[in-house]
Write a protein that binds this ligand. Structure first.
Ligand SMILES: NC(=O)c1ccc[n+]([C@@H]2O[C@H](COP(=O)([O-])OP(=O)(O)OC[C@H]3O[C@@H](n4cnc5c(N)ncnc54)[C@H](OP(=O)(O)O)[C@@H]3O)[C@@H](O)[C@H]2O)c1
Length: 251
């Protein structure tokens, strides 16, 4: 096991990709805290699953639009485990508004997307910087999107929030060096997730066809790359697309 004795916090660990990341970190030996907004039952099931393989788990309620909620969840995690080695900024919110529908993308929707997907990861990284830097240093992994590499995906706000998260990765890699490595994963279409199920089938099929590997990603691919970043000592400020090798993601 590569992460024995480590403690991780996965935001949005009640979601499709978040739960795969929680599972993989646990299987590699880490104790894991995970956050949910409303899906407490799913989060509790993940904690039971972790305990079933001999790890410690903790489910915390977090609305990362709210700075007070970020402070409270961060304190709950560090008080419970006494240390933190890994932060996975996975939680996000999106809404389908096609790019040309400019008038439908209201200021309120813009703020909700940016607060959740960009400001939240910054405030979480800031709140947890001290424990992440302690005990030999740690890792942050941001879960972004290929929509942050090129203009596409569910809305202009989502695409812009993820482009911001990509650059936040590089900025934090500098700001938190040398103690904390900060890296980023940009999934394309992730098979088997609710988000992917909302993509019209012709678009999903187009993505599979364009992927040079003949397949797009699944939650396990994202989870294994998260562990790869967390077990690497010399990689920081990097952004990896997991999309089956889409030419547009090869930047
Ligand atoms: N699925 C894909 O095809 C795909 C593609 C590209 C990128 N991604 C990225 O991968 C990550 C995970 O996506 P997913 O498919 O697993 O999504 P998901 O199943 O919808 O999970 C989203 C998670 O974020 C949490 N969340 C939502 N709003 C929040 C808020 N305001 N504060 C804190 N947590 C909040 C949700 O909590 P509740 O469950 O309690 O509501 C849930 O745990 C996201 O960053 C997403 O942008 C996904």
């Amino acid at each position: 096991m590569k992460l024995e004795g480590k403690v991780a916090f996965v935001t949005g660990g009640s979601g499709d990709i978040g739960s795969a990341i929680v599972r993989e970190l646990g299987q590699e030996g880490a104790d894991v805290a995970l956050s949910y907004v409303g899906q407490k039952d799913t989060a509790d099931k993940m904690v039971a699953e972790l305990e079933g393989i001999g790890r410690r788990g903790l489910a915390v309620q977090l609305d990362q639009r709210d700075p007070n909620s970020i402070e409270a969840a961060s304190t709950a995690v560090t008080d419970h485990f006494g240390r933190l080695d890994i932060l996975v900024n996975n939680a996000a919110w999106n809404i389908g508004i096609s790019f040309p529908q400019l008038d439908d993308l209201t200021a309120d929707i813009w703020d909700r997307v940016l607060e959740t997907n960009l400001r939240g990861p910054f405030l979480l990284s800031r709140a947890l910087a001290v424990p992440l830097k302690a005990d030999g240093g740690g890792h942050i992994v941001n879960i972004s999107s290929v929509g942050g590499l090129s203009p596409g995906s569910s809305s202009i706000a989502y695409s812009s929030s993820k482009a911001g998260l990509n650059h936040l990765t590089r900025c934090l890699a500098v700001a938190m060096a040398p103690d904390v490595a900060v890296n980023c994963i940009c999934p394309g279409l992730v098979e088997g997730t609710r988000m992917a199920a909302n993509v019209p089938e012709p678009l999903a099929e187009g993505a599979r066809q364009q992927a040079v590997r003949g397949r797009v990603g699944d939650p396990g691919d994202i989870a294994r790359q998260t562990v790869a970043f967390c077990t690497s000592v010399s990689v920081s400020g990097q952004i990896v697309a997991i999309d089956g090798g889409m030419p547009i993601g090869m930047r």
